[in-house]
Design a binder for this molecule. Structure first.
Ligand code: TRP
Length: 462
């Protein structure tokens, strides 16, 4: 007899877990630094357009496919459209593997900065500490990087062993609101700093003159990354969803929360960078360390009770990362469980170990191994870490997402998608026709034309 599929335990369970997956290092670590790289304003605007016009409709598409089929991505695509579509799911499993490879390394950093902050809180924050060079030295310490990411991998595997249901849900319900509250507090403090005006102008004033096509691809790619789209994570989470939850309301909630948190983080960090002398130069030397270079300064010099909040903040970032790595590993593991008949414990162990091998290579590619750190396949993206990030978010996720739009918009019947979206749980304002227009035309055309523009106008791959 078939065992009935696990489900979220409460009404908001899905929304919480999906928000936990979406909100992570993409918002707190990556978005601020790619915004910096891409010169703010215009990039942020294009990103927001991608979120609304491409991200939201695809979020709804993935969740509906999951909820309808009650299967993980490979099986879900086969069941929703046809046997040949299984490879769209497989493409997603591969993307998950690549993302986990480097994401776990950054997640490991949060653990170390938690420990560092505890030290600063109890022993005082050294006035002359050079947070920029400290960070560069830290990531180049290969054995430390491996140990930190090993701890994080084990934590991720630990949660996956126990299954999604109550574990993830219970944790996210408490931690996500706490993270939101602490960010609000930081936002208020940051806005009182002298550089706040310059920061807001940098982020929100669109200056298109310096925009490159590659920047547009990056905005699109990041819209997929930050919302956990394009690889079936939301299909998988949707497959544990019960019919009481509305696909529409939960998609919109997740998208709004995710966007707010990314913008908060960026305003906070840029306000510090523009206020503290010398910070701009330090950050420019290793942009990828922004979260770890700018934030400590804010806590220990400006924020009221900052020395209490600093360690708490890095714990919350670590948990935000954990609720994201869980969703990535769950996609890979659920494939082996659902499609290959492997048991959960065995699948978790094997998939966890396999991704950890890739993580070790990434951990060594930040200065500790010159071979792994130095090669440059893609101009401006030197080293394995940056290369994998570029490939996964700018290419794998948008292409995966493109086929998901085709599946939901053109290959599934209108009746089947309408039954999931416009059911009795849907909010009154929702117009199914509008979603259908976006998923059939706007989203696929936007994704395809941005990818084509980058390829054919040989946009600088920087
Ligand atoms: N969205 C997460 C973040 O912003 C990362 C993530 C989790 C993800 N699951 C994913 C990205 C699935 C792409 C696909 O940190």
């Amino acid at each position: 007899m078939a065992i009935s599929r696990e489900h979220w335990g409460s009404r908001l369970g899905f929304t919480m877990a999906a928000a936990g997956s979406a909100i992570g290092l993409g918002n707190l670590w990556k978005f601020p630094y790619i915004t910096w790289h891409n010169n703010g304003g215009a990039f942020v605007l294009i990103y927001l357009v991608c979120i609304a016009a491409v991200g939201l409709p695809i979020m709804m598409a993935e969740i509906l496919i999951g909820r309808r089929t009650q299967k993980s991505p490979v099986g879900a695509m086969k069941a929703a459209v046809g046997p040949a579509w299984g490879w769209v799911g497989a493409w997603g499993v591969l993307a998950g593997f690549v993302i986990l490879g480097y994401y776990t390394v950054v997640a490991g950093w949060t653990l170390s900065y938690f420990a560092k902050c505890l030290g600063w809180t109890f022993n005082g924050f050294p006035a002359d500490v050079e947070l920029g060079s400290m960070f560069t030295g830290f990531v180049a310490n290969g054995s430390l990087q491996i140990v930190l990411s090993a701890i994080f991998s084990l934590a991720t595997m630990g949660v996956i062993y126990f299954g999604v249901g109550h574990g993830i849900e219970r944790v996210t319900r408490i931690l996500m609101p706490a993270l939101f509250a602490i960010l609000l507090l930081l936002l208020v403090s940051a806005l009182t700093m002298s550089g706040a005006g310059e920061a807001l102008a940098f982020i929100f004033e669109p200056r298109f003159a310096h925009m490159r096509w590659a920047g547009v691809l990056e905005a699109l790619g990041h819209a997929f990354f930050t919302l956990s789209l394009g690889m079936g994570a939301m299909i998988t989470y949707g497959s544990y969803m019960s019919r009481r939850d509305s696909v529409v309301t939960s998609s919109l909630t997740v998208v709004i929360l995710d966007t707010l948190i990314a913008l908060f983080a960026t305003v906070i960090m840029f306000s510090v960078i523009f206020s503290v002398p010398g910070m701009r130069e330090q950050v420019s030397k290793s942009t990828a360390g922004m979260l770890f270079i700018t934030m400590p300064k804010l806590f220990y010099t400006v924020v009221p009770m900052g020395n209490v909040l600093a360690p708490l903040f890095y714990v919350l970032v670590a948990f935000a990362a954990l609720t994201s790595t869980i969703s990535l590993l769950e996609v890979i593991v659920s494939y082996f469980i659902d499609e290959r008949g492997v048991g959960r414990v065995k699948a978790t162990t094997l998939c966890g170990l396999a991704t950890f091998v890739l993580t070790v290579f990434c951990a060594l590619s930040l200065g500790s191994s010159s071979t792994l750190s130095g090669f440059e396949w893609i101009r401006g993206k030197g080293g394995l870490f940056a290369t994998l990030d570029h490939i996964a978010s700018n290419w794998q996720l948008p292409t995966g997402g493109f086929f998901i739009t085709l599946a939901a918009g053109w290959f599934m019947t209108r009746k089947s998608t309408e039954a999931e979206l416009a059911d009795e749980s849907a909010p009154g304002w929702f117009r199914y026709g509008a979603w259908r227009f976006f998923i059939r035309y706007i989203a696929p055309l936007a994704v395809a034309s941005i990818i084509a523009a980058v390829i054919f106008f040989h946009a600088d791959f920087s």
